[in-house]
Design a protein around this ligand. Structure first.
Ligand SMILES: Nc1ncnc2c1ncn2[C@@H]1O[C@H](COP(=O)(O)OP(=O)(O)OP(=O)(O)O)[C@@H](O)[C@H]1O
Ligand code: SF4
Ligand SMILES: [Mg+2]
Length: 366
């Protein structure tokens, strides 16, 4: 099946006053039509930056400095600003990590939703309001016309998240980027929101990138999983292979630190949940070679010298580990501060485009 989105060797670097931080230095994943791909990794591994890069919305001082992003065969990095604005929120929509901050506090819910629809489609204000109300009903909000008149501070966290989902669905996108869509919600609301997302994805024939640090959540929702660590992809496979035959030492460590309902802890004298020793590195000065080597139980000397490249070890199962047959390449030098980027498009901040995506307001003077 042809992929809807392919992200290949994505690189996003932060050009700070103290130097270049190569935060994302080789993230690859692909999403097929109508599937859910889970993007999993510890905090700081680059999940949000990779999602924002798909929309070319990485915030300064970050820039996309390498790799390729293709959506329906189009090179997203070659699109002009107008084409990119037309795509954001319409073909690819995003549910941002924190729903409370992604709604504009000084606009009513209705104004925010109607603005997006009228930005993308030639519809009257009344037709846009009717469509917004229909979407609120679809995401389980009762009395939608009343809710459209309310402001974000008048709504509960779960209600705000439903509105963010409705906003993402307004233009029938082919792909939804859901960045930790249930963080900050209590567990019962989390379950409702996840069920709702899955039902809508199925009903509306959408694909979804589900960003999470929670293996359990991803196991429940995703068809396939991509595991990332410190700005690089470790492993991609279907859910069953990731859970029952993980190959990358980091995937194994993540699973060992996750409680499993399919594991019988009763036979263990002192059931314990393992933790991953050490912590995710500072990506301003990441480890050489394989970025996981300082924490990897299988690391050898060459792991500090060579960067593992992805290799397909079984159909659909891709891993980046020298011990699993990945080719290793010596570390490449990094650009230094002040060196222009590779000529790839950087982030633009179109006021309407950003608002249409529901991004928090940006101060252009900052
Ligand atoms: N202004 C900055 N300068 C340098 N590095 C930065 C800056 N902002 C973010 N980073 C780095 O970018 C990396 C990727 O961050 P990102 O927000 O994508 O992580 P994440 O996987 O989404 O984490 P979380 O699970 O906490 O949301 C982090 O390691 C972070 O330290
Ligand atoms: S390449 Fe080496 S350090 Fe990296 S995951 Fe494989 S064994 Fe561990
Ligand atoms: Mg994040």
């Amino acid at each position: 099946m042809t992929d809807l989105l392919t992200v290949d060797a994505l690189k996003v670097h932060f050009f700070t006053q103290s130097g270049v931080a190569p935060a994302i230095d080789g993230i690859d994943f692909a999403i097929r039509p109508r599937e859910t791909l889970g993007l999993v990794g510890e905090s700081g591994s680059g999940k949000t930056m990779a999602s924002l890069a798909v929309l070319r919305l990485v915030p300064p001082p970050a820039r996309i400095v390498g790799g390729s992003l293709r959506f329906r065969g189009h090179d997203l990095l070659a699109l002009d600003a107008t084409a990119m604005r037309g795509l954001r929120g319409k073909s690819i929509a995003m549910i941002f990590q924190n729903p409370a901050f992604s709604l504009n506090p000084i606009l009513s819910v209705g104004a925010q939703l109607i603005e997006i629809l009228r930005w993308h489609e030639r519809v009257s204000r009344t037709a846009a309001r009717d469509r917004a109300a229909e979407l609120l009903r679809l995401v389980g909000i009762a009395d939608p016309l009343h809710r459209l008149r309310q402001f974000p501070h008048e709504l509960s966290g779960g209600m705000k998240q439903r509105i963010c989902i409705a906003r993402a669905l307004l233009c029938n996108p082919a792909l939804i980027l859901a960045d930790e869509p249930t963080t900050n919600l209590d567990v019962t609301i989390q379950a409702q929101i996840l069920d709702l997302l899955e039902e809508l994805r199925e009903r509306l024939h959408m694909a979804m990138l589900l960003v999470s640090h929670d293996m359990g959540l991803v196991a429940r929702m995703a068809h396939r999983i991509t595991v990332v660590y410190a700005g690089r992809t470790c492993e991609t496979a279907d859910v069953r292979s990731i859970f029952h035959a993980p190959l990358h030492p980091y995937t194994r460590a993540l699973l060992d630190s996750t409680p499993r309902v399919d594991h019988d802890y009763g036979h263990e004298a002192h059931p314990t949940l393992r933790t991953i020793g050490g912590r995710i590195p500072n990506l301003a000065a990441p480890p050489s070679g394989c970025r996981f080597h300082p924490r990897c139980p299988e690391a050898t000397a060459e792991c500090a010298q060579l960067r593992p490249e992805p290799i397909q070890v079984a159909p659909g199962h891709i891993v980046s580990c020298l011990k699993r047959g990945s080719p290793g390449v010596p570390n490449a030098g990094l650009p230094t501060l002040g060196v222009p980027d590779a000529g790839l498009p950087t982030m633009e901040l179109p006021a309407v485009g950003l608002a249409a995506m529901g991004a928090p307001p940006v101060d252009p003077t900052a």
